[in-house]
Design a protein around this ligand. Structure first.
Ligand SMILES: [Zn+2]
Length: 347
């Protein structure tokens, strides 16, 4: 797969390819952006292009794309190139059989300091075997704990000659400032909804479910693919429950908040779905067609007729506040209840 198959990432890909064309890769990159938009693929492509011996290879500079066919390209794709390393969480590595945790410790979700030391003290201290450029991909870089990040600082500032480090992260702000400042940032954008929708439909999802999953994906294809039919119908049921609550039955709000606040992730999913639904309510009030949640149209139109656009906007704002509170680790049942009180009693 060449760079051109990465969709809707022209700026990020353009920056990497320009560096390849000039034959001057930076010594440390930080590829940041939402999950599932192609950052990991871009890191692999960068390693391949930097070592490609295919028809695009040049004496001056590097090929600006990987051929995917030559021996180095194939070795890198298989993870067997001696000069291209992938550093992942211990648990993932252990499962894939490529990394045995030392001393019988339980594999963790973190990239630990021993892994970074092994990289710095052993693997990077050796001469390159066959590649033109040694590439170390750390994915996800934010899995490095603080000690691991500190152990990487010196190498990040001044890697051995011919070495490029590529840090991949969907939450780059979780990294130490000293790490971020030593890397060249390359920002990956959320994927546009139509691209996600097209992928889901091509993968065989029914259009209605695909539309809903695309709307809820936050621009992340992997997240959209993770929303199966069951998860979607649960969310839709929760949304219908919230949308049919009225000012008159405070008892039901409390029960609703308890039930749906049980699982943080589901609560956040409900909040995101509600945001889309309020947008639909506003569209209906403006007399527009093309609701995102077409199958909820009757409920949406009833709500649109019952309240003013200003009120719909206000309730949408309270829904945004719910999501903010959940991000800041507020207790989910309480946060949902507060939103409902705001909807029906606030001014
Ligand atoms: Zn190649």
């Amino acid at each position: 797969m060449p760079f051109s198959e990465l969709q809707a990432q022209d700026r990020a890909v353009g920056a990497l390819q320009a560096a390849l064309r000039r034959g001057r890769l930076h010594h440390a990159y930080l590829l940041g952006g939402p999950e599932g938009v192609g950052k990991g693929t871009a890191a692999r492509l960068l390693a391949q292009a930097a070592n490609c011996e295919g028809p695009g290879a040049r004496v001056d500079g590097l090929p600006e794309d990987a051929c995917g066919e030559c021996a180095p390209c194939r070795k890198i794709a298989r993870g067997t190139h001696p000069d291209v390393f992938l550093l992942q969480e211990e648990r993932v590595m252990a499962k894939a059989g490529r990394w045995e945790p030392k001393g019988g410790r339980t594999p963790s979700r973190e990239i630990v300091v021993d892994q970074v030391r092994d990289l710095v003290d052993h693997r990077l201290s050796m001469r390159r075997f066959e590649g033109r450029r040694r590439v170390v991909v750390i994915d996800p870089a934010d899995a490095m704990n603080v000690q691991a990040q500190n152990a990487l600082l010196k190498t990040l500032e001044e890697p051995p000659e011919g070495t490029t480090l590529v840090l991949v992260s969907s939450s780059p702000d979780a990294l130490l400032p000293t790490i971020k400042s030593r890397c060249l940032r390359v920002a990956f954008a959320p994927l546009p909804e139509p691209i996600i929708l097209a992928h889901l439909v091509a993968a065989g999802q029914p259009p209605e479910a695909a539309r809903l999953a695309a709307a809820l994906s936050g621009g992340s294809l992997s997240r959209a693919l993770g929303l199966d039919a069951e998860a979607l119908s649960e969310r839709r049921a929760a949304l219908e429950g919230a949308a049919s609550l009225t000012a008159a039955d405070a008892g039901r709000w409390v029960a609703f908040a308890r039930e749906h606040g049980d699982d943080r992730e589901a609560a956040a999913g409900l909040g995101e779905l509600l945001l889309i639904w309020w947008r639909d309510v506003l569209v209906a009030q403006a007399g527009g067609a093309g609701l995102a949640l077409a199958e909820l149209a009757p409920l949406t139109r009833r709500t649109a007729a019952a309240i003013t656009p200003a009120e719909a906007l206000r309730r949408r704002g309270l829904t945004e506040r719910l999501l903010g509170a959940l991000r800041q680790n507020a207790a989910a049942p309480l946060a949902i209840e507060r939103m409902l009180i705001g909807w029906f009693h606030g001014r």
